[in-house]
Design a protein around this ligand. Structure first.
Ligand code: ZN
Length: 160
């Protein structure tokens, strides 16, 4: 069975950055399972997997535009430290979910200046060109329940 829209696809993958350093891998885990065409994984990887079958191995280099987006300097904002009640100490690298008109957004603390906290709303992997080494291990039909939920159930997927 070929990878196409609405199919459940299982992959083993290793993700490296432009310097060849490993960022993430499914080594030692169940394969990652996703529903093709549902935005479960980045667009560049979905495109590269289209038409593949179990046993196929691919290497693909994905530019930021087809991965986690380019960096937007307007997403760097400063917020009064008073907004962080309940947090003892604000340190660079801490991540918070902030409520925005577009929904919850992950923001990363990049610095603290006096009573102002500098936040970066860019995805931590934005601006990066990503290299994926992928093996397709299984392709199957999605169940109606999986399509309704928009994610895979069972091993490698969600459990609800
Ligand atoms: Zn579900």
């Amino acid at each position: 069975m070929q990878v196409s829209a609405q199919k459940v696809v299982f992959i083993h993958y290793t993700l490296t950055n432009e310097e060849g350093e490993k960022i993430d891998s499914s080594d030692g885990h169940e394969p990652l399972a996703y529903i093709h065409g549902h935005g479960n994984i980045i667009p560049g990887l979905e495109n590269a997997l289209m038409g593949k079958t179990a046993g196929d191995k691919i290497k693909v280099t994905i530019p930021p535009e087809e991965a986690y987006g380019t960096r937007d300097e307007e997403l760097i904002q400063s917020v009064p430290i008073d907004a962080f009640h309940g947090v003892d100490e604000i340190l660079p690298g801490m991540q918070f979910h902030s409520d925005t008109p577009d929904g919850a957004q992950l923001v990363t603390v990049v610095g603290v200046r006096g009573n102002e906290v500098i936040l970066d709303g860019n995805h931590p992997m934005s601006g990066l060109t990503l290299n994926f080494d992928v093996e397709v291990t299984e392709v199957r039909e999605a169940t109606e329940e999986e399509l309704a939920h928009g994610h895979v159930h069972g091993p490698g997927g969600h459990h609800h």
